[in-house]
Design a binder for this molecule. Structure first.
Ligand code: NAD
Length: 288
């Protein structure tokens, strides 16, 4: 058997087209474009690349991009003052502080200072609580992108056995919450899980978000299962996921590649969240 390859790149491109359409509709109705502010502290090369791509994608969708670059030795108070300014700025619908922050800055205090209704990354504890209790809020972009891909392949997820490997606040935990909301039976596995292979073997849906190259092997996978690989690992052989793609593709029913699977979804969903934020603030409904 050979798995369906889930083309995240194509799905994300389609989502970005639909986003641009909704942006045009919003602009026509309200006379303003949604705005996304991205704050980059320091010069981490990977973060710089992400911030540049986010800015380009924001502009390509017809939205406003506000980039704020601060030196690595900026004080906590200066950063908090910038966040307060962005919270109060009516042209800003989404605020994203690129993580990780340099040493000496209190990441949790900065995230908590963002207005939860502009927290398009969905990392604020208020948004984590809203997700857990089924209230409208913002959901972290990567797991929301994973659910979109899963639904594009499987349709209704109700009753499926899902295993999420990883319990981070950014991916694993919100992923588990989203799958519960889709009425899956969810198991969250992590570094202390015993017999991970047996746990994964039960799953109709496997989401790997660990950060260990090609850890998930073909003999862990139930034949026909859908496998979503969130991992991004830089190896001598290039970029690889947490799943041993070549072998697992022979057993799974559908699988995301790395690159070209989950990765492209993250920025597309960030734009989506920003448009949703603008629409909510202007009392509009968007279909995204
Ligand atoms: P993290 O380091 O915060 O969390 C990793 C999780 O894996 C932890 O909960 C840990 O318990 C678990 N884990 C570690 N070793 C394990 C083991 N041997 N068995 C089972 N579980 C184990 O990482 P994160 O931020 O959640 O990211 C996970 C991966 O996803 C990374 O490779 C990251 O680069 C990638 N990522 C990709 C995107 C994207 O846009 N595609 C976005 C965010 C993260």
């Amino acid at each position: 058997m050979s798995a369906q390859i889930i083309d995240g790149k194509a799905f994300a491109a389609d989502l970005r087209t639909r986003i641009a359409g909704e942006v045009a509709r919003l602009r026509a109705a309200t006379g303003r474009a949604p705005g996304l502010a991205v704050v980059l502290v320091g010069e981490d090369p990977a973060s710089s690349v992400y911030v540049r791509s986010k800015g380009k994608a924001t502009i390509a969708a017809g939205m406003l991009s506000f980039e704020h670059r601060l030196p690595a030795d900026v004080s906590q108070d200066t950063l908090l003052a910038l966040v307060a300014r962005l919270n109060a700025d009516p042209t800003v619908d989404g605020i994203l502080v690129q993580l990780p922050l340099p040493r000496g800055l209190d990441e949790s205090a900065i995230i908590t200072a963002i207005d939860p209704d502009k927290d398009v990354d969905g990392f604020h504890p208020v948004n984590a609580g809203r997700l857990a209790t089924g209230l409208p809020g913002f959901v972290p972009c990567t797991p929301l992108g994973c659910v979109m891909l899963l639904k594009s392949v499987l349709g209704d997820l109700s009753g499926k056995d899902a295993v999420v490997i990883g319990r981070s606040n950014i991916v694993g935990k919100p992923m588990a919450q989203l799958l519960i909301a889709e009425s899956c039976t969810v198991t969250v596995a992590h570094s202390r899980t015993r017999d991970l292979k047996a746990v994964v073997a039960r799953a109709d849906i496997v989401v790997a978000a660990v950060g260990r190259a090609q850890m998930v092997r073909a003999d862990w996978i139930k034949p026909g299962a859908t496998v979503i690989d969130v991992g991004i690992n830089r190896t001598e052989a290039g970029l690889v996921g947490d799943v041993d793609f070549a072998d697992v593709a022979g057993v799974a029913g559908a699988i995301t590649p790395v690159p070209g699977g989950v990765g492209p979804m993250t920025i597309a969903v960030l734009l989506r969240n920003t448009v949703v934020s603008a629409a909510r603030r202007d009392g509009f409904a968007v279909d995204l």
